[in-house]
Design a protein. Structure first.
Length: 341
């Protein structure tokens, strides 16, 4: 494991925003006895990948901050299909013969984000999620009880959900990572060392998601389910959060989405951070990215803390975790401090 000193250059620009996350991590430790090393949680992936500190382009290189007529927008070309859709995006923006950056300057940030999302591209207007909702919205749907040994079933992928699962696994929970035969976790194609760190000690199960019996069996044995899908996608497979919570007292369901379970907009860590206003400022006054897909690990810590709190209450809850709102909680805390000075 890298020592924290190796991560100091990543920590310095982000540190002013970490008050709410530090509080959540400390309370998670109080509830579980498991310490959370925030520099490692937030920046290990970037260090292992050899990324440089980001500027107007994200550390991973896929997301760009674009100046618009009224503000800034983040457009995340995270997948080949996103890059292929850029000509369609500039056409929707009314500038078919221009580059994306030029097209963005001729319209508003809201229009850039809206049209990108219409094409399935993760995009956000800077600060658009500030004050929109709490990082975690709790719905009590089941009957509480005390739980001892937990079985956590993790349907999520990439970073936020698996980090939540890792932290719960460190408390002694048995974690089962579930992947589809048709769609393995995209994080497998990133840093092998980071993937192993996230999933160390977890059981791995690969299932045909269209076999209802296989899915039903793995869900039936769970005390906690973590997922990062649109609710209707799992319902089509016969998996319902409400039924899961009602079938046995004390269970917890964690749904991690970009903007909330009732919002179909796609999001990744970099653009969700921008939506929450979690950005730095360059010497020339322009916004810059902070960290590496920062909303992902921030959300993972908030989600794990929410599970620990739910279990302390006896469970029986659906936890709706928004990546953009988690980022906004950090960005908003700095704003409050500055306004009170």
């Amino acid at each position: 494991m890298l020592k924290n000193a190796a991560l100091d250059h990543w920590l310095e620009p982000v540190e002013p925003f970490l008050g709410p996350l530090t509080a959540a991590a400390r309370d998670f430790t109080r509830l579980t006895g498991v310490p959370v090393d925030l520099p490692t949680v937030l920046f290990l992936r970037a260090e292992l990948a050899g990324h440089s500190l980001p500027g107007g382009t994200s550390a991973g290189g896929s997301c760009r901050l674009l100046r618009t007529a009224d503000s800034w927008a983040a457009v995340n070309l995270a997948r080949p299909d996103d890059t292929a859709a850029v000509p369609a995006l500039v056409a929707l923006l009314g500038s078919p013969d221009r580059e994306l950056a030029e097209a963005a300057e001729r319209t508003t940030a809201a229009e850039v984000a809206r049209n990108a999302q219409l094409l399935g591209i993760a995009a956000a207007e800077l600060g658009s999620a500030r004050g929109s909702r709490s990082p975690v919205v709790v719905h009590g749907l089941g009957q509480p009880r005390s739980l001892s040994r937990l079985r956590v079933v993790d349907f999520s992928a990439l970073w936020a959900g698996p980090l939540c699962a890792r932290l719960l696994g460190l408390t002694g929970a048995d974690v089962v990572k579930v992947e589809s035969t048709a769609r393995p976790d995209g994080a497998r194609f990133g840093s092998p060392d980071f993937y192993r760190w996230l999933h160390d000690g977890h059981e791995s199960v690969v299932l045909d998601f269209f076999s209802s019996d296989a899915l039903a069996e793995v869900v039936a044995g769970a005390d906690v389910v973590i997922e990062a899908s649109r609710p209707r996608a799992l319902r089509r497979l016969g998996v319902h959060a409400e039924r899961f919570l009602a079938d046995r007292p004390g269970r917890v369901w964690v749904g991690i989405t970009g903007y909330g379970r009732d919002d179909d907009r796609i999001a990744f860590g970099d653009d969700a951070a921008v939506a929450g206003g979690l950005t730095g400022t360059a010497p020339d006054g322009t916004p810059v990215f902070l960290g590496d897909a920062l909303a992902d690990p921030v959300t993972g810590v908030f989600a794990a803390h929410a599970v620990a709190r739910s279990l302390a209450r006896g469970g029986g809850e659906l936890l709706c975790v928004s990546m953009a709102a988690c980022a906004a909680a950090l960005a908003g805390s700095v704003g409050e401090e500055r306004r009170s000075c």
